[in-house]
Design a protein around this ligand. Structure first.
Ligand SMILES: Cc1cc2nc3c(=O)[nH]c(=O)nc-3n(C[C@H](O)[C@H](O)[C@H](O)COP(=O)(O)OP(=O)(O)OC[C@H]3O[C@@H](n4cnc5c(N)ncnc54)[C@H](O)[C@@H]3O)c2cc1C
Length: 267
C-alpha cells in the first residue's frame, strides 16, 4: 500500500473517531504519531515531505485541529542531524524543524519495534506511534551473500573491497563499483554521485586497456590513473520550499536556499 494511502486511512480513522468520540484523545494522537528513524538526508526529507503533505494538502479537507493532533518525531542515534553537512546547516535544520513542530531526538538509538506501534529506545524508554518509517540506511543485496565464497566481502562495511582502480581485492580484472563496493584506501559514501563517477571512470578504464592487471605497473602505467572522487556538494529539502545546501565549487560554501524557484530546482 502506498505511504499516502496509509496516512489517509489513519486520518480518516481519526475523523471518524473524532466525530463519534469513540476513541480517546490520547489514542488518536498515538495513531497520528509518525516516527522516522534516522536523520540523514533521507529521514530529514521524508519528515519535510510529510509535514508539507499535512500542512498544505490534507489541511484543506480535514478538521483544523488535525495538524495539532499529528505528531512527527525524528530519531537519530548520533549527536546531530545531517551529519555530513556543515554544523551551521545542522543547527539551522534543527531550529527549522522545531518551528514546524517536528520533534528531533538526538542520541536516540532504536533498539526494537514492538507490536508494530511501540518503538523501544536504547535507554529503555518507549514511544507509542501509528507509523514507523525506517530511513537509517540500507543493507547489502542478497546476491552479495550468495557470492561470498567467490569474492571477498568486507566484514565491517558488508561490501566488496576494491583497490584504487576499483579492482576487487584478490581478483584479476574483476571490478566492483557503486553501493556494493568499498574503496579500502578511502571509503566513500553510498551516493549516486560516487556511483556515477565510478561508472564513468570504469568505462574509460576498460576502453583504454586490454588487461588492466598487466597495464597497472606495466608499460601503460602512465595512462592508468587511480579513481579520484570529486565531491560536488550536498543538498537536503527541509520543507516549506526550503533546502540546505553545501556547494563545493568553486569554494566550499554553505548556503541556504529559500523561495519557490530554488525549491522547484530542489525537486
Ligand atoms: C531513499 C534513498 C534516497 C537516496 N537519495 C540520494 C540522493 O539524494 N543523492 C544521492 O547522491 N544518492 C542518494 N541515494 C543513494 C543512491 O540511490 C545510490 O548511491 C545509487 O543509486 C547507487 O547506485 P548503484 O548503481 O551502485 O546501485 P543501485 O542504484 O541500487 O542499482 C543497482 C541495480 O541493480 C539491480 N540488481 C540488484 N540485484 C540484482 C541482480 N541479482 N540481478 C540483476 N539486477 C540486480 C537493482 O534492481 C538496481 O536497479 C539514495 C538512496 C536511497 C535508498
Amino acid at each position: 500500500m502506498k505511504f499516502s494511502n496509509v496516512l489517509l486511512i489513519q486520518i480518516l480513522h481519526y475523523k471518524y473517531a473524532h466525530f463519534y468520540q469513540i476513541i480517546t484523545l490520547q489514542l488518536r494522537r498515538e495513531l497520528l504519531h509518525i516516527v522516522i528513524v534516522g536523520a540523514g538526508p533521507t529521514g530529514v526529507e521524508v519528515a519535510a515531505e510529510i509535514h508539507d503533505l499535512i500542512e498544505q494538502d490534507f489541511s484543506r479537507n480535514f478538521p483544523e485541529d488535525l495538524q495539532l493532533d499529528v505528531q512527527m518525531t525524528l530519531l537519530e542515534a548520533s549527536p546531530t542531524v545531517l551529519s555530513a553537512f556543515d554544523e551551521s546547516l545542522q543547527k539551522y535544520t534543527q531550529k527549522f524543524f522545531k518551528r514546524q513542530r517536528i520533534q528531533v531526538r538526538l542520541g536516540a538509538q532504536v533498539k526494537e519495534l514492538k507490536d508494530q506501534n511501540t518503538v523501544i529506545l536504547g535507554d529503555g524508554s518507549t514511544i507509542k506511534c501509528g507509523m514507523v518509517i525506517w530511513s537509517a540506511g540500507i543493507g547489502p543485496r542478497k546476491l552479495l551473500g550468495l557470492l561470498k565464497d567467490k569474492i571477498p566481502v568486507d566484514p565491517k562495511w558488508k561490501k566488496i573491497p576494491v583497490d584504487d582502480f576499483l579492482r576487487i581485492k584478490g581478483q584479476e580484472d574483476v571490478f566492483a563499483m557503486g553501493d556494493c563496493a568499498v574503496m579500502e584506501s578511502k571509503p566513500l559514501a553510498a551516493t549516486a554521485q560516487v556511483a556515477q563517477q565510478q561508472g564513468k571512470y570504469l568505462a574509460h578504464l576498460l576502453n583504454t586497456v586490454d588487461k588492466v592487471s598487466e597495464d597497472i605497473g606495466g608499460a601503460n602505467n602512465q595512462t592508468l590513473r587511480p579513481f579520484f572522487y570529486r565531491h560536488q556538494g550536498l543538498m537536503a529539502y527541509i520543507g516549506r520550499f526550503h533546502a540546505v545546501t553545501e556547494v563545493c565549487k568553486p569554494n566550499k560554501l554553505a548556503n541556504m536556499l529559500d523561495g519557490f524557484s530554488q525549491a522547484w530546482w530542489v525537486h
